[in-house]
Write a protein that binds this ligand. Sequence first.
Ligand SMILES: Nc1ncnc2c1ncn2[C@@H]1O[C@H](COP(=O)(O)OP(=O)(O)OP(=O)(O)O)[C@@H](O)[C@H]1O
Ligand SMILES: [Mg+2]
Length: 125
Amino acid sequence: MCYGDIKVLRNVTFQVNPGEKIGIIGRSGAGKSSIIQAIFRMADLSGDILIDDININSVAIAELRNSLAIIPQNPTVFKGTLRNNLDIYNLKPDEVLWSALNSVSFLQIYNFLFLYYKFGLCTLI
Ligand SMILES: Nc1ncnc2c1ncn2[C@@H]1O[C@H](COP(=O)(O)OP(=O)(O)OP(=O)(O)O)[C@@H](O)[C@H]1O
Ligand SMILES: [Mg+2]
């Protein structure tokens, strides 16, 4: 993979099995973010990345990126509503978002509780 003329991630090969959750660790500059950039096709890539035996270069970029999810090192919250942050394209019904919030014990965050019950998923954050 390259940033302009600078080559990074040389000879990296790994396999993730279906259903596996993996974490990528390494010192600063090791290439963790670059792996993510490669998978999302945000940088030039000279090798091949296959997902379910499909080369990611053969998939439309929007389809590829919509099919992937990551948990980055630093959490980011965008200005807007809770719903915007959870479901930017407004595709999921409220129940699914409530369920996701429940699964991370969101409702136990005391300071949010009042606003949340008053404004629900329209709570501004
Ligand atoms: N935009 C860029 N242009 C040029 N080189 C870059 C760029 N981004 C990263 N690099 C280089 O690519 C290599 C891998 O960096 P990367 O950011 O992937 O590491 P990282 O493991 O995510 O580090 P950190 O823990 O600091 O986030 C490093 O040598 C870095 O200097
Ligand atoms: Mg990084």
